[in-house]
Design a protein around this ligand. Sequence first.
Ligand SMILES: [Zn+2]
Ligand SMILES: [Zn+2]
Length: 265
Amino acid sequence: MLSESLRNIHLIDSHCHLADAKFSADLDVVIVRAGLAGVDRMICIADSITESEKCLKIAEKYEQIFCTIGVHPHCANEWKSENGTWVEDTMRQTPKAVAIGEIGLDYHYMHSPKEIQQNAFREQLQIAKNLQKPTVVHCREAITDIRSIIAEVQPPRIVIHCCTEKWEDVEPLVAAGYFLSFTGIATFPRSEEVRRTIRMCPIEQLMIETDSPYLAPVPYRGKRNEPAYVVEVAKCVAAEKGIALEEVDRITTENTVRFFGLPHS
Ligand SMILES: [Zn+2]
Ligand SMILES: [Zn+2]
């Protein structure tokens, strides 16, 4: 049942993969459940050109869903410079496509060689700069190269999503005005370093997300994750910052609206 304190919250899940096959059977129900939990809006994130097309369809279907388009470092092998024209044209023509993403570098899984990942990241970042649009950045074991490519291209708005970095490693990005976004990883017992980064990050530059269907927060850990559970991430941020859940709700929603240029509701 919905508790009294959750009735007046209007959270945004700033990063969820609603085009993932794990949602194909019950997406309508997942979205209703999000609304009942106080999660009014969602940013549906793409990881390939094919998935970008699916995300666009979802964003067109549901008023409360916006999407990104872009090629994830896992799929960097797929990226061709010709894709850039499609990305630019689609961003220009589709108001529900609000950002480029998720793009970045992943040196943990290394599905593509470093140079290929860096090229795909750099070219897509440049498109975001040309369009003056925000970018959702994925970073795993690659923060030094992420920082140097961002410094080289200087895109207007960046969020480091699913931030698990030490504060000292992301502090220069935050000082440059960029954002950090946190997932359910922050609720895991061993994530003290992530919680320290939450405490250090100015709340005006902080967003929350599920990265669903993966990374379900405590107490749902191990289950399929879904946008409704972003409430648990908000509670964790409230506890770390020592402020009320309603404040986290108000501020992170305002940050997300501003970052993605969403309509005020
Ligand atoms: Zn990611
Ligand atoms: Zn993601």
